[in-house]
Design a protein around this ligand. Sequence first.
Ligand SMILES: CC(C)(COP(=O)(O)OP(=O)(O)OC[C@H]1O[C@@H](n2cnc3c(N)ncnc32)[C@H](O)[C@@H]1OP(=O)(O)O)[C@@H](O)C(=O)NCCC(=O)NCCS
Length: 148
Amino acid sequence: MIRELQATRRDYEAYIKCKYKAGISKKIGEPSVNVLTEEKLPTFENYIYAFKQRRKNDDTKEYVYETDGEIVAMAIVIQIDKYASIQEISVIREYQLNGFGRKFYQELEEKLINDGVRTIFTKCFADGGIAFFNKMGFVGEYKMQKEL
Ligand SMILES: CC(C)(COP(=O)(O)OP(=O)(O)OC[C@H]1O[C@@H](n2cnc3c(N)ncnc32)[C@H](O)[C@@H]1OP(=O)(O)O)[C@@H](O)C(=O)NCCC(=O)NCCS
């Protein structure tokens, strides 16, 4: 089930696992590689503050995907009229390559269609990520798009 990210400790913990620890799917057919830098992870208090700031911008939506009571994935999407841009999509590392990304994407796309979106854009520079978006019906490399 897809829903919007919330200002709760549970969502904070999932957000950290997705946004900072899911790595990048650099290689075709392989799990993501870790790209965690020296960047400090936000504290829960920082997360709440940043969350409230981001909520002031109506165009940006953050979604999580829950299955069997567990949050396994997150996406950041900008929606403007008939257009949407997926800024980030990530599945928690231990759940990757098990079909959750596809299920999440499908529900996200359904939601965007219901919201009136007709074109989805994304940018991806990692070969494994490009392969994933190709499987989801996106065309192009690096700058990718899908007409709905
Ligand atoms: C990319 C990501 C979101 C895909 O989610 P996932 O749950 O691992 O992918 P799924 O298991 O649902 O795979 C869906 C399809 O994409 C393909 N796919 C996913 N990752 C792939 C990879 N690294 N290489 C090749 N194909 C891949 C799968 O083979 C599958 O195809 P199939 O249904 O024909 O078998 C996830 O692996 C992830 O979070 N990676 C780290 C973050 C990242 O790189 N995000 C993309 C930034 S551009």
